[in-house]
Design a protein around this ligand. Structure first.
Ligand code: XUL
Ligand code: CO
Length: 431
């Protein structure tokens, strides 16, 4: 045991407690026939909680952590503290990038050796604690070599380096029994068209994703390959803008049955959508995978990766998830970080515990809305016209035949209310 978290012990579900505890997240409570823990499948993110120093564009490190440094000893201490936090929070899963867990080496081989030393430690700790890996991923955006992208980089050596990095991270994810592998293309996009060959870059990205999928099958990795869409930050024009854009990209390369989506709340907002829209879109396209749960700063408009604290918003997201049948390999990853003034170890625990409670409340509301059935009944009624044999037959007709039905005077549409306010009032009964 390290002494980082002091006397903090594992949190319990105790709505009456005046100590730090879960007031809503009760892992064993059954909703819609499934335990809450199995619905939500919470994961903590290594990068925000243990690697991020508290900087923003105007100032550097605010946090002081005993493992900040670039030695392997620091990396081992970081792993000890991380698993202690997973235990205190009783989160079933965690997620990591290669760069979060090991110091960069002088060569690729040295970085790889360091990476595998830490993932071996993870394997032991996972065995001891029962914590599982929701997903692994490669950081192909922080180091300066990736400043012009990874797979879309104009330099083929960066493409090769990125491929080798993903291979290592996918191997490690597979060895650790990871349930998914994520690709977030932070710098796959561009700053100025004046130096950019869009056709070449997207072609290279498609090839890159294809070889990752081939390799997954080769090694027998049964988890899902997930792409995480984002429209802005750090590059201005990202190729993986939103779920709809990524689906078009997957179709172009024949990967729509191979790759699913990891949808992040803040990214959905940056794309001008709502979180629940992106989830519902992925469900409609058959590519829903997992979620990154956080929120943006709605005043600054930045992707500030704050812990969620808005139950009605979260409820609508889980409503779409439950409506689509819930998570399979995916889960709720807190891709969220403390505010830079939240210096204390206790802040880290409180942030996650509060977020888990917010998600639990959202889930409970979503389950109740589904069980009540009013919303789905009203949605079905809205499309009821399509249930008639005539309407269905029309979907098999050509344009002229359809037009003839209208010319015959048999069709005369009557506008009907969309009932939005009534639906919103129904939601308000549950959140
Ligand atoms: C960045 C982001 C990443 C991905 C993993 O906005 O969300 O942390 O989730 O690379
Ligand atoms: Co994310």
């Amino acid at each position: 045991m390290t002494d980082f978290f002091g006397t903090l012990s594992p949190l319990r579900y105790d709505p009456e407690s005046d100590q730090m505890a879960f007031r809503h997240y009760n892992p064993d409570e059954v909703l819609l026939g499934k335990r809450m823990e199995d619905h939500l499948r919470f994961a903590a993110a290594y990068w925000h909680s243990f690697a991020w120093p508290g900087g923003d564009p105007f100032g550097g490190q605010t946090f002081e952590r005993p493992w900040f440094g670039d030695t392997m000893e620091d990396a081992r201490l970081k792993a000890d503290v991380a698993f202690e936090m997973f235990q205190i929070l009783n989160v079933p899963y965690f997620c990591f990038h290669d760069a979060d867990i090991r110091p960069e080496g002088a060569t690729f081989a040295e970085s790889a050796r360091r990476f595998s030393e830490i993932t071996d430690i993870f394997a032991q700790k996972m065995e001891q604690t029962g914590t599982r890996l929701l997903w692994g991923t490669a950081n192909l955006f922080s180091h300066r070599r990736f400043m012009a992208g990874a797979a879309s980089n104009p330099d083929p050596e960066v493409f090769a380096w990125s491929a080798a990095t993903v291979k290592n991270c996918l191997d490690a994810t597979h060895a650790l029994g990871g349930e998914n592998y994520v690709l977030w293309g932070g710098r796959e996009g561009y700053e100025t068209l004046l130096n950019t060959d869009l056709a070449a870059e997207t072609e290279h990205m498609g090839r890159f994703l294809s070889v990752v999928v081939d390799y997954k099958h080769k090694i027998g990795f049964k988890g899902a390959i997930l792409v995480e869409p984002k429209p802005q930050e750090p590059t201005k024009h990202q190729y993986d803008y939103d779920v709809g854009t990524v689906y078009g990209f997957l179709k172009r390369f024949g990967l729509e049955d191979e790759v699913k989506m990891n949808i992040e709340q803040g990214h959905a907002i940056l794309a001008g959508h709502s979180f629940e829209h992106e989830i519902a879109m992925a469900q409609a396209l058959g590519i829903f995978g997992s979620i990154d749960m956080n929120r943006n700063d709605y005043q600054s408009g930045w992707d500030t990766d704050q812990f969620p604290n808005n139950v009605p918003e979260v409820a609508l997201a889980y409503y779409e998830i439950l409506k689509g049948g819930g998570f399979t390999s995916g889960g709720t990853n807190f891709d969220a970080k403390l505010r830079r003034q939240s210096l204390d170890p206790e802040d880290l625990i409180a942030a996650h515990a509060g977020a888990m409670d917010v998600c639990a409340r959202g889930l409970k509301a979503a389950a109740a809305m589904l069980e009540d059935g009013t919303l789905e009944q009203m949605r079905r009624n809205r499309y009821a016209g399509w249930e008639s044999p005539d309407a269905q037959a029309m979907l098999g007709m050509d344009l002229e035949t359809i037009a003839a039905k209208v010319a015959d005077g048999k069709i005369d549409p009557m506008p009907r209310s969309g009932r939005q306010e009534i639906l919103e009032n129904v939601v308000n009964r549950f959140v």
